[in-house]
Write a protein that binds this ligand. Structure first.
Ligand code: SF4
Length: 179
């Protein structure tokens, strides 16, 4: 029930990207978001904007034409973020593996946190994958907040999570320390 408690507190927004899928996986995503499975009741919203998303949900084998956009979208999603690879094609290339226009899997380009197996994975498997993704997202959020807890002074000056500013402030505070 841990995931349920986390879902009661967090509403992870997802960015869905089709990197060359046959649309089988994408239809299952729509089914999971629809009234039958109603993933949205947990606050899981499918956003079209990477800057508002927490979970990057990718379907299909990564084709040569889609790989640049894949990496670009990944870099635009703010930290902490979780990447979910849905379906056999995303993980390994699946039935498209070895084709002239396809790489072997998504992890050739970006790091993956959760793999959802199947062709196409059922909505139940997708919900299970989302629960795992949420657990990882909560852990990553804690890891980012840890320096704030360790250095109380910094927490007073920073009102938002920004790794670069945090690193700069840490470096400045170290410079000021007596040798
Ligand atoms: S895993 Fe199956 S359903 Fe999903 S994109 Fe590949 S072939 Fe299509």
């Amino acid at each position: 029930m841990k995931w349920f408690r986390q879902w009661a507190q967090k509403s992870p927004w997802i960015l869905h990207y089709n990197a060359g899928s046959c649309n089988g996986c994408d239809i299952e995503i729509l089914a999971a978001l629809g009234p039958d499975y109603d993933l949205e009741r947990f606050g899981v919203l499918n956003r079209g904007n990477p800057k508002q998303s927490d979970i990057f949900l990718v379907t299909g084998p990564v084709t040569y034409r889609s790989r640049e956009r894949l990496v670009e979208l990944y870099t635009q999603i703010p930290e902490p973020k979780v990447v979910v690879a849905m379906g056999a094609c995303t993980a390994t290339g699946g039935v498209f593996r070895g084709m002239y226009n396809v790489e072997d899997g998504i992890d050739t380009y970006i790091p993956v946190d959760v793999y959802i197996p199947g062709c196409a994975p059922s909505p139940q498997l997708l919900i299970d994958g989302m629960a795992k993704a949420l657990e990882i997202w909560v852990q990553k959020s804690r890891d980012i907040e840890k320096p704030h807890r360790l250095f109380g002074g910094i927490r007073k000056t920073l009102h938002y999570l920004d790794r670069r500013t945090m690193a700069q402030t840490l470096a400045q505070s170290k410079e000021k320390e007596p040798q």
